[in-house]
Design a protein around this ligand. Structure first.
Ligand SMILES: [Zn+2]
Length: 106
């Protein structure tokens, strides 16, 4: 069996490369709306963030989403995303455990 190639993405806050499923996607839709995309399939420009509130706060502080999404992101949008982020974090972490397919190491 050949090892599957796992797509890697970079967290916009801490700049760490991680497997895509370890990251939460933030998407700017063609209509210009910015939302969290847990499916990873919504159309638009995406930014990835590892599923940690600490990284969200870092992104907020450094305005990482503005750079990654190439659009102005108002502080009210960051506030809304942060609230959503905290909500989805639990769901995200438990989903991750469900799809825990025999990673090597650890
Ligand atoms: Zn991060």
């Amino acid at each position: 069996m050949r090892p599957r190639k796992i797509p890697q993405r970079k967290c916009v806050a801490c700049q760490q490369m991680m497997p895509k499923k370890e990251l939460i996607r933030i998407v700017r839709s063609p209509e210009g709306e910015i939302n969290i995309d847990l499916t990873g399939k919504k159309p638009g420009r995406g930014a990835y963030l590892c599923g940690k509130v600490g990284c969200f706060k870092l992104a907020k502080k450094s305005k990482a989403f503005e750079r990654a999404l190439k659009a102005p992101v108002g502080s009210e949008i960051y506030d809304r995303l942060e609230a959503d982020f905290i909500q989805v974090e639990d769901e995200f972490q438990s989903n991750k455990e469900l799809v825990n397919d025999h990673d090597d190491g650890e």
